[in-house]
Design a protein around this ligand. Structure first.
Ligand code: FPP
Ligand code: MG
Length: 298
């Protein structure tokens, strides 16, 4: 498997399935304005890394990836809503996301807030209503609790609060930075990877290995994000760049320099890959995904 595995083909196949599911799960409805606003951001493309991690993790643990599609869609809905709210004038006040004007620029702030709220609520409805009955309901409840925790003040919301406090804060510390990234980025990646494993019926040892894997790739992902904010272009990223410097935010490249940051991200990914060794060759897709996180250019 190691020799023949092609990550691009793997990602393209799952990405197409995810795109089709996102479109099908959220058709237009009444009132049209809110459905248009939700679909505008949800169907704006993107790497779809989180839903692909859900499906890959379910497959790794011996489950049918179709069982995990509702969880995959839900995680992407939550990621999208967090970006809609993150871009609002009250937060990062950004005009571009995924190469298009941000949600509030097109639909107004009121509708953008509601589109985020609508996506957040719908995400949980999707897991509860659409997970196939082959998956025992205890697993479904456990996934709902896991995803909810990853969004809560113990997760994304807490991370974003400390992130806002860090702006222009000359007393920001490395510990605060770690907290932000563990909560704002790694928490949802963990919900994705562990959620897929729970749907598949993974044992506790497998879940723990995958949890540690996701923490490592979450941190690596964020280090690369911080580097790209310095080194990349708006065309490549589909959003504005140089924002951390402008907002006077402490970042890993600011703390350690770009080269050391890159080395640290690589070391985290190496460790993540080793954490999956017990799965043997079946771990190849998730290991390749970990490499992709540090090699990506957008
Ligand atoms: C992007 O970070 C923002 C996030 C990853 C999450 C932000 C979280 C919230 C707004 C909380 C949302 C509310 C709920 C209920 C989940 P960034 O600004 O560093 O990156 P960017 O350059 O992509 O904007
Ligand atoms: Mg932002």
């Amino acid at each position: 498997m190691t020799l023949t595995f092609d990550l691009k083909t793997y990602l393209d196949r799952y990405r197409q399935q995810v795109e089709a599911a996102l479109d099908a799960y959220l058709p237009l409805g009444y009132p049209p304005k809110i459905y248009e606003a939700m679909r505008y951001s949800l169907l704006a493309g993107g790497k779809r890394l989180r839903p692909i991690l859900v499906l890959a993790s379910c497959e790794l643990c011996g489950g049918n990836p179709d069982w995990a599609m509702p969880t995959a869609v839900a995680v992407e809905m939550i990621h999208t809503m967090s970006l809609i709210h993150d871009d609002l004038p009250a937060m990062d006040n950004d005009d571009y996301r995924r190469g298009k004007p941000t949600n509030h620029k097109v639909f107004g702030e009121d509708i953008a807030i509601l589109a985020g709220d609508g996506l957040l609520a719908y995400a949980f409805q999707v897991i509860a209503d659409r997970t196939p009955l082959e998956v025992p309901r205890e697993r479904v409840v456990r996934v709902i609790a896991l995803v909810a925790r990853s969004v809560s003040a113990e997760g994304l919301v807490g991370g974003q609060v400390v992130d806002l406090e860090m702006e222009g804060n000359p007393h920001a510390t490395e510990a605060m930075l770690d907290y932000i990234h563990k909560h704002k980025t790694a928490a949802l990646l963990e919900a994705a990877v562990v959620g897929g494993a729970i749907v598949a019926g993974a044992n506790e040892e497998q879940i723990e290995g995958l949890r540690q894997y996701s923490q490592n790739i979450g941190l690596a992902f964020q280090i690369i994000d911080d580097i790209l904010d310095i080194t990349s272009t708006p065309e490549e990223l589909g959003k504005s760049v140089g924002k951390d410097e402008k907002a006077q935010k402490l970042t890993y490249p600011k703390l350690w320099g770009i080269a050391t940051s890159q080395q640290k991200a690589k070391a985290l990914v190496q460790e993540a890959k080793q954490l999956l060794a017990a799965f043997g060759d079946r771990a190849t897709p998730l290991q390749a995904l970990a490499d992709y996180i540090v090699e990506r250019t957008n």
